[in-house]
Design a protein around this ligand. Structure first.
Ligand code: G
Ligand code: G
Ligand code: MN
Ligand code: NA
Length: 253
């Protein structure tokens, strides 16, 4: 439990930082957007893996407060980049299912974008299908409100959940993120068939696809030839601190 006590103080102690990983247009390799990812560095524990501390934040409910910190930090960072004259691409923020349950989420986002003077169109939310499981009607209405606010939505880890596909038609969604496990095994013809089906589905529903975890030229080539719209992964860039993002953004610097 000591790790949880440290986690309770991490926000006040400014121990959380964000790193950003771009995703590129599969054809032109121009940046299409970037994903913000949370990092935690504690004096005694050192760097703790998000795979460890994100579930703790969720189990304790702290993810709501930390999630608002993440959204606010991203808005402030976008404003800083814009003041420097950079052309900012949309930033994706991972949203935990508990955050999706907060009725004030759309208003919170509008308040933060208003306070920082940025367009809500520069914010994207990554949500896993599990957030939709409990109440489809609630989910549809929440997604409608987010769309009205101007924020786009991606389904994260697409293909690994177990909810019905019918929500893809009923819910306002912009992107499908093809899960890293499919990208890793894309050389397997049966996995390739799954990825082909996801991309075909997305095209017919007018959704964009982002393939995650692209690590090799072979994966990149295959995904591009299958028609994936955007590619994200270590082959192009690992997640980097805000200062290093400027090299992906066009502008006078
Ligand atoms: O950054 P990394 O790939 O190690 O992330 C591991 C897990 O933690 C992923 O499932 C990712 O979605 C999640 N994660 C990383 N940053 C955030 C965040 O800011 N908010 C939430 N809710 N999850 C995050
Ligand atoms: O659950 P989510 O898709 O948000 O998590 C993304 C995670 O994938 C992050 O922890 C990020 O650090 C990680 N990641 C990003 N690019 C790559 C990659 O090319 N290979 C691997 N193995 N992980 C990656
Ligand atoms: Mn994600
Ligand atoms: Na994912």
């Amino acid at each position: 439990l000591r790790i949880e006590q440290k986690l309770f103080r991490a926000l006040d102690n400014a121990e959380f930082t964000l790193v950003y990983q771009p995703y590129l247009n599969a054809k032109t390799h121009e940046p299409g957007g970037m994903e913000a990812l949370l990092r935690w560095k504690n004096n005694e524990l050192g760097s703790v893996s998000p795979g460890v501390f994100i579930p703790l934040l969720e189990d304790t409910g702290m993810i709501v407060e930390v999630g608002n910190f993440i959204l606010r930090t991203v808005c402030q960072q976008i404003a800083v980049w814009q003041r420097r004259g950079l052309t900012v691409v949309p930033v994706s923020v991972n949203l935990s299912p508990l955050q999706f349950k907060q009725l004030d989420l759309p208003n919170n986002i509008l308040k933060m974008t208003d306070d920082t003077g940025i367009s809500p169109r520069l914010l994207n939310l990554e949500i896993t299908e599990s957030a939709f499981m409990e109440d489809a009607e609630y989910s549809r209405r929440m997604l409608m409100q987010l769309r009205e606010a101007g924020t786009s939505v991606s389904i994260d880890d697409f293909g690994t959940g177990y909810s019905s596909l019918s929500y893809l038609k009923r819910f306002p969604i912009n992107h499908l993120k093809i899960d890293i496990s499919f990208v890793r095994d894309i050389a397997d013809p049966e996995i390739e068939a799954i990825v082909r089906a996801i991309i075909g589905l997305a095209e017919n529903l007018h959704l964009k696809t982002i393939a995650e975890g692209v690590e090799t030229e072979e994966q990149s080539f295959k995904l591009r030839s299958l028609g994936a719209d955007y590619l994200q992964g270590y082959l192009f860039s690992k997640p980097v601190p805000a200062d290093e993002v400027t090299r992906f953004l066009s502008g006078p610097i």
